[in-house]
Design a protein around this ligand. Sequence first.
Ligand SMILES: C[S@@+](CC[C@H](N)C(=O)[O-])C[C@H]1O[C@@H](n2cnc3c(N)ncnc32)[C@H](O)[C@@H]1O
Length: 249
Amino acid sequence: MPGMMTAEEQEKYRQAGSFGAAADAYERGRPSYPPEAVAWLVSEDARTVVDLGAGTGKLARALRVPGREVVAVEPSVGMREQFSQVLPDVRVLEGTGESIPLPDSSVDTLVCAQAWHWVDPERAVPEAARVLRSGGRLGLVWNCRDVSVPWVAELDRILRDCAAAPTEDRQVERVGVPFGPVERQDFRWSHSMTAGEVMDMVASRSYVITLEPATREELLGRVRALLDAKRPMEMPYVTECYRAELGLL
Ligand SMILES: C[S@@+](CC[C@H](N)C(=O)[O-])C[C@H]1O[C@@H](n2cnc3c(N)ncnc32)[C@H](O)[C@@H]1O
């Protein structure tokens, strides 16, 4: 762990590195991204697209179109292994938002799904600008459970009670020069899930992976009881999307 970190930074660093331990639950429990959101984030003519913090490839699957090269960048070895099992023909590189192992001006669009809150924007913004071509695009996206639906609000209450789920600082406002203004668009949709998949979605959250075993079991027990009582079939989501273009040089 890098030195000179505050306790809060150390906890963020520990959680950011936790995903590999639950990569299979992540793959089973996390949703993909709706096609309208992907189309808003990545223009049809983008030929080289990077999926930053690609995880198990949930977004990468939706990025692939004929004539386009998708390259994944992911720090966790467990996630990269799972990625390669699911998408054996997509290049996946070890790297982070702060250090992307690609040449200058080589990428049309760089998309970061559910991961920009883990990066240090002071280093990740110039790094994204370095690999993007002039006029290239940075896209950021998060799938958020729709807590306006009562059973989802109850699920979130359980997560907050047991796990002190952190309020995510998306750090979108820290994307500045040399990028132009950040645009935002939300997409509402729902994803059909079995109770087992909801359990995997919960178990693959960084702040649940890193809990003490007894607290983790208590949390999972409460979620199981909620699912037994409500028997939901659909998880409602709001997909929050942001995009900004690199200033033409
Ligand atoms: C919630 S997962 C999202 C995975 C995938 N993009 C998706 O949409 O399912 C967050 C991912 O960010 C990765 N990550 C953590 N710190 C990172 C960093 N500094 N730069 C890039 N990725 C990072 C984690 O290893 C993990 O795979």
